[in-house]
Design a protein around this ligand. Structure first.
Ligand SMILES: Nc1nc2c(ncn2[C@@H]2O[C@H](COP(=O)(O)OP(=O)(O)OP(=O)(O)O)[C@@H](O)[C@H]2O)c(=O)[nH]1
Ligand SMILES: [Mg+2]
Ligand SMILES: [Zn+2]
Length: 308
């Protein structure tokens, strides 16, 4: 029987078959999957083969995983050379970001976008908590919207608290498998609760952002949307993994650099201090945003560290 993984705790799973029946599932024996070294063999979104284990208890065993179309990983908190698959078989990913309580850095946003470019997962930037925007945040939002829309990403402002822009975000979800990601405390679970008030997912205390970075959601979980499609809530991330991206490849995942790459004098140009570099020229003339170039250099550096 075929099924989809809806929840993963690491030791047991919830799966749903094509008739909409859910089962508690476990893995039998050791699972070895492709070449990746992940800390979790099965992730939310995986398509699997299941076998009935105990009809009375409705429990099943997962005995096969069907090849993943794509997946997003994060670094393991214990070992940065290991990664953890957040979710798989995604149609798109929404990055929830906030400009206040907590603040999402542009470096984090860019790292996320590079990861989704590498896995070819279309992504949208959602700036939540727009009700907290003062003039400063308002201006920052407009600046970021201009930068990211110019390079092809959709950027939206939303306030779950004041119900602004929430329906526009929901419209993006129709008939798609959508991953919600972002730091802890940005409102991912609150967004799902606004779609399914009956679910009452645990969200951070009403006192709001405590600044402690507590994770309220502990396991990734997928939900069927009443209007078609599914949405995956995840625990807040500190950092996405850039696992298999090489230094040379990195600029390919910056859309504004990708189109210039064959104009650099050297075809192995890293766009740092080589002569006749089309990327650097574009940074100097304003065609590429300086902050994006800074993110590029920072990411490049983080890849170097890893290969030592
Ligand atoms: N002011 C304001 N607060 C919001 C908004 N949306 C969510 N919050 C609050 O932000 C806090 C965090 O929301 P959660 O939904 O728990 O955040 P999360 O992204 O699921 O966090 P993790 O599960 O830890 O990853 C809660 O106290 C929410 O009430 C909003 O639009 N405006
Ligand atoms: Mg949550
Ligand atoms: Zn160059």
């Amino acid at each position: 029987m075929k099924a989809t993984v809806y929840k993963s705790t690491g030791s047991w799973y919830v799966v749903k078959n094509e008739y909409g029946e859910t089962f508690n599932a476990r893995i039998k024996g050791k699972f070895k999957i492709d070449e990746i070294t992940s800390t979790n063999p099965i992730a939310v979104g995986d398509y699997v083969e299941i076998e009935m284990e105990n009809e009375g208890e409705g429990s099943v065993v997962i005995n096969k995983i069907i090849d993943r179309k794509n997946y997003i990983t994060r670094q393991s908190p214990h070992n940065k050379h290991q990664h953890h698959i957040v979710a798989s078989n995604l149609d798109q990913s929404l990055l929830f970001a906030t400009l206040k309580d907590p603040k999402t850095s542009q470096g984090f946003i860019d790292r996320f976008l590079v990861t989704s470019e590498a896995y070819q997962i279309p992504s949208v930037l959602i700036f939540n908590k727009a009700d907290l925007f003062r003039k400063k945040e308002e201006e920052k939002f407009e600046e970021l919207k201009t930068i990211y829309e110019a390079i092809g990403y959709k950027v939206m402002a939303m306030s779950i608290e004041k119900n602004i822009g929430v329906d526009e975000v929901k419209d993006l979800l129709k008939n798609k498998v959508t991953l919600l990601s972002g730091h802890s405390g940005v409102g991912k679970s609150s967004f799902i609760n606004s779609t399914f008030p009956e679910l009452k997912l645990k969200t951070q205390d009403v006192s709001g952002w405590s600044g402690k970075g507590l994770h309220t959601t502990t396991f990734a979980e997928m939900f069927d949307l009443p209007f078609g499609g599914t949405v995956i809530d995840t625990p807040g991330l500190r950092e996405f993994a850039l696992m298999d991206i090489s230094k040379n490849e990195l600029s390919h995942y910056f859309p504004e650099m990708r189109s210039l790459l064959n104009e650099c004098q050297f075809n192995n140009c890293m766009h740092i201090n080589e002569p006749d570099c089309a990327v650097k020229e574009a940074v100097n003339s304003g065609g590429i945003a300086t902050d994006r170039y800074v993110s590029y250099l920072t990411l490049l550096d983080s890849i170097k560290e890893k290969s030592w």
